[in-house]
Write a protein that binds this ligand. Structure first.
Ligand code: TYM
Length: 341
């Protein structure tokens, strides 16, 4: 790891978040949650539901509570243990608002306007280009820096936000005093990943592209239907041919959930031009069902006990608040905002 440490900063802090803007999907699992679960035994982990970020694009809060409960339940169903990590809701950490304000003074309009996610969202929803949307990366940097985290398990789509978080941290350290380590995007043993959609165009997503996205809450029949309608082509015409993007995508998904010998068999069939895409899709659908079904069933059981979820959320907020308060003391000292001394 080539991150820059700050003397005295804890070296094993992990932080990440997920917006409650819809049902979680395979991309969230393989890009983020799989890493959360692997990291919880070795690191001090802060994982949150990013409800404030969701307000930048989803101002209607009528379904927000249920969505937050679902994200919490799905995280636990995937193996996250609330006793080992701080599992909390972003808006419960009030210190976030203060650090967000300070970091906003170090973020420039030009760089925020150039952010890829900002440009995408402006294109998708030109009616609601609010200041919160523009400063989305500042809020995300705040979530990370408020715990002085070094490792941030995320998918490839968050890479630019992490680069911005490092810039804000460095600017703060240079202008005031060194407080923040440089956070790094993290994926266990490999590059950051992007889980493709079943349509071969784009990625799985909570709110767009729903028929091409496999959700952790999808019933068996829905999974079968989505996989079987995935686009294919007429098959390879020469040995060891290059795969078309939609075929490559199916293989990417197969590698995520199927056994190695199954993947090898279909690779061999493709390379020898004997592949039957119908068989590939049937196998993929069944392996997806085996993967998703236990998560779905467990999440539904966890969701049925709301008292327990509230207890978990409260405990998580308590742990995260202690960490945030400690960081804010350092921040105010570094900025010399300590007028009573
Ligand atoms: P969000 O809610 O869009 O996604 C949650 C996590 O899932 C990953 N992800 C994917 N990974 C691979 N393939 C995909 N198709 C795919 N789709 C989503 C995302 O990379 C992310 O890790 N801005 C963040 C939420 C956030 C945050 C933070 C993350 C707020 N504060 C602090 C880390 C640290 C977001 O919108 O993620």
């Amino acid at each position: 790891m080539d991150f820059k440490n700050i003397p005295g900063a804890p070296e094993n802090i992990v932080m990440s978040g997920i917006r409650p803007t819809g049902f979680l999907h395979l991309g969230n699992y393989f890009g983020a949650m799989r890493n959360y679960v692997k990291m919880q035994d070795e690191f001090t982990c802060f994982f949150m539901v990013a409800d404030l970020h969701s307000l930048t694009t989803h101002p209607d809060t009528s379904g927000l509570k249920q969505n937050i409960y679902r994200v919490l339940a799905e995280n636990i169903a995937c193996g996250l243990d609330p006793a080992k990590v701080a599992l909390y809701c972003q808006s419960h950490i009030h210190e976030t608002a203060e650090l967000y304000l300070y970091l906003n003074m170090l973020a420039y309009k030009g760089e925020l306007e150039k952010t890829a996610t900002f440009k995408d969202k402006v294109r998708l929803n030109p009616e609601n280009v609010n200041a919160g949307l523009l400063t989305y990366p500042v809020l995300m940097a705040t979530d990370i820096l408020i715990h002085r985290a070094m490792f941030v398990p995320v998918g490839k789509d968050q890479e630019q936000h992490l680069e911005m978080a490092r810039n804000f941290a460095n600017r703060f350290n240079t202008r005031y005093e060194p407080v923040f380590p440089e956070p790094q995007a993290f994926n266990f043993n490999s590059e950051l990943i992007k889980v493709p959609g079943l349509d071969g165009a784009g990625k799985m997503s909570k709110s767009e592209n729903q028929m091409a996205t496999l959700y952790l809450a999808d019933e068996d029949e829905v999974i079968r239907k989505k996989v079987m309608r995935a686009k294919t082509d007429s098959g390879p015409t020469k040995k060891n041919d290059v795969k078309a993007p939609e075929i490559e995508n199916l293989f990417t998904l197969l590698k995520l959930v199927s056994k190695t010998d199954v993947v090898e068999k279909f690779e061999h069939d493709f390379n020898t031009c004997t592949i039957r895409y119908g068989d590939l899709k049937k196998q993929l659908a069944e392996d997806m069902i085996q993967f998703i079904r236990p998560i779905r069933q467990s999440a539904n059981a966890i969701l049925a006990d709301e008292d327990n979820l509230r207890k978990i959320m409260k405990q998580g907020a308590e742990k995260a608040t202690i960490s945030a308060m400690n960081t804010m003391k350092l921040v105010r000292e570094a900025m010399k905002l300590n007028y009573f001394k």
